[in-house]
Design a protein around this ligand. Structure first.
Ligand code: GLU
Length: 418
């Protein structure tokens, strides 16, 4: 039974079996924990601006429904396939369980280069995708959010499309919406703020000051850019950044506010500077205190894991480090890993706050959102470090084990129906 096989799902599977071995999960229990409950593939036809009809393939994978609705982002990217979406859904499950959120994991996506679409085409595709998903999602079934290639505007179109079909406004169908349409204050910044908060906790454990520490960030979308801003606000010197269009390095420290202004105005890093251009292929291997992959999965393989030269590896992306790389990192206790399901959990934690606020129609101020976010992250961080210390296992093993065990306990207690 496997429509998911491919490099990304195989990675999620290998990771899971390592954790299942560590937790001594019997063989016959494993498939129930790993394999997604539902996977949906849809065709999304739209009228292109040139008058032709184009069809894009869309997916949604709902990993488990044991703890409540499923939750997770929607990715618009050329790489999207059912295996990648399934792996990302599985990782969402462990992430939500680790943070103590009442959700299973989900993920969706459309195989498309969103930057090649006009705004009108993007709206048509977003609306058609949500319309095709209506039979499978709902505020108590599956709640979408942004991911790579989607943003607040796409969430507003999703929410509007779903609401028009229901005949009433249903803000709680998606999170990561604009604040003007029932979104929460602090959601846009939540993932990056969470990354910076956890980096500070990690540096604190290492007895290393944040002020003057150097950081390299791969990816300058919502997560990478807010992480850069939040680290700079804590006195960190951001010396390297990249996105799919450009890569810059300056040992003296890049001008983060200028980078943010440029990215906000143009939507990309390209065109920021000629003098500071650097080789994106070697960016991750350059010496720094804090290394932050905030883009695609599987960018740190075994070879790269041997080369990276940092004190803290903060995984803002989902799945940036392969299982082979984990074996190399196990021999490098000098590197403090903040594993992805902890490091980037700020996004879904504040998505949960948004959903709660929408259900209650009672909204919080930004200070309350941030305060609660940091409390949830702090609790998860301490649990992971305690577990890793107690059992002498890697931080990733500890984080995933906490998540997997929570889902397993819930499945055990509920039993099999009928
Ligand atoms: N796409 C984000 C993630 O991978 C956020 C998901 C959400 O907010 O539901 O964690």
């Amino acid at each position: 039974m496997d429509i998911y096989s491919g490099p990304v799902f195989d990675m999620a599977r290998t990771q899971f079996h390592r954790i299942a071995d560590y937790l001594e999960v019997p063989a016959d229990e494993r498939d129930r924990l790993l394999y997604p409950k539902r996977a949906i593939a849809v065709a999304c036809p739209i009228h292109a601006d040139d008058g032709t009809l184009k069809v894009f393939q869309g997916f949604r994978v709902q990993h488990h429904l044991t703890l409540g609705p499923t939750k997770g982002g929607t990715r618009f990217a050329p790489s999207v396939d059912i295996g990648e979406v399934a792996a990302l859904a599985v990782w969402m499950s462990w992430k939500c369980a680790l943070a103590g959120l009442p959700y299973g994991g989900a993920k969706g996506g459309v195989t498309v280069d969103p930057y090649a679409l006009s705004l009108r085409e993007l709206e048509a595709l977003s609306r058609r995708y949500m319309q095709e998903m209506i039979p499978f999602v709902g505020p108590h079934t599956d709640v979408m959010a942004p991911d790579m290639g989607t943003n607040e505007q796409v969430m507003a179109w999703f929410m509007d499309t779903y609401s028009m079909y229901q005949g009433q406004t249903v803000t709680e169908i998606v999170t990561g919406k604009p604040v003007a349409t029932g979104g929460t204050l602090g959601r846009r910044e939540a993932t990056g703020r969470g990354v910076a908060y956890l980096v500070e906790r990690a540096m604190d454990r290492l007895g290393a000051p944040m002020t003057g520490a150097t950081a390299i960030i791969q990816g300058f979308g919502n997560v990478g850019s807010i992480t850069a801003a939040s680290l700079a606000a804590r006195g960190v010197k951001v010396i390297g950044v990249s996105d799919h269009t450009a890569c810059y390095f300056d040992a003296k420290g890049l001008d983060v506010p200028a980078l943010l202004r440029h990215a906000a105005a143009t939507g990309k890093l390209a065109g920021f500077s000629n003098e500071l251009a650097a080789d994106p292929a070697t960016l991750l291997a350059r010496k720094c205190d804090i290394l932050i992959p905030a883009a695609l999965e599987r960018v740190i393989d075994a070879g790269m894991a041997a080369r990276i030269d940092c004190r803290v590896l903060a995984e803002a992306a989902n799945g940036p480090t392969t299982p082979d790389a984990d074996e190399v990192l196990a021999q490098r206790p000098d590197i403090f890993v903040i594993p992805d399901i902890l490091c980037n959990a700020g996004g879904v934690i504040v998505s949960y706050f948004e959903w709660v606020q929408d259900l209650q129609q009672f909204f919080w101020d930004e200070a309350e959102v941030n305060d609660r976010l940091y409390r949830v992250l702090q609790r998860a961080f301490v649990q992971v470090l305690d577990r890793a210390g107690r059992d002498k296992v890697a931080h990733r093993t500890a984080a995933m084990a906490i998540g997997v065990a929570k889902v397993r306990d819930a499945k055990k207690a509920r039993g099999l129906f009928p």
